[in-house]
Design a protein around this ligand. Structure first.
Ligand code: SF4
Ligand code: SF4
Length: 79
């Protein structure tokens, strides 16, 4: 008997790699990213992952112009 296990994902934008362009905020189909009010070391607001329900689509990752700013990963185990 097969069992369907729904995968869970999470996104992590790295504050000090982000230049605050907002592309990922617009790209996320689940509206899980936003620019906060705090500033990073470059003095710009940075993207934050808010809430949960990331589907792992990668839209934020592919639209981000900063290599290494966004990581999308699968959540494994009990979380
Ligand atoms: S992987 Fe997709 S659903 Fe998850 S935060 Fe990025 S754009 Fe949103
Ligand atoms: S697309 Fe990249 S650089 Fe632009 S706000 Fe999102 S994480 Fe920051």
């Amino acid at each position: 008997m097969s069992q369907v296990v729904k995968k869970k994902f999470r996104c992590h934008p790295e504050p000090n790699e982000c230049k605050g362009c907002g592309r990922c905020v617009n790209a996320c189909p689940k509206k899980l990213l936003k620019l906060g009010s705090a500033l990073n070391i470059m003095g710009v607001p940075y993207a934050e992952y808010v809430g949960d329900g990331c589907i792992g689509c990668g839209a934020c990752f592919y639209t981000c112009p900063e290599p290494g700013a966004i990581t999308v990963f699968e959540i494994t185990g009990e979380e």
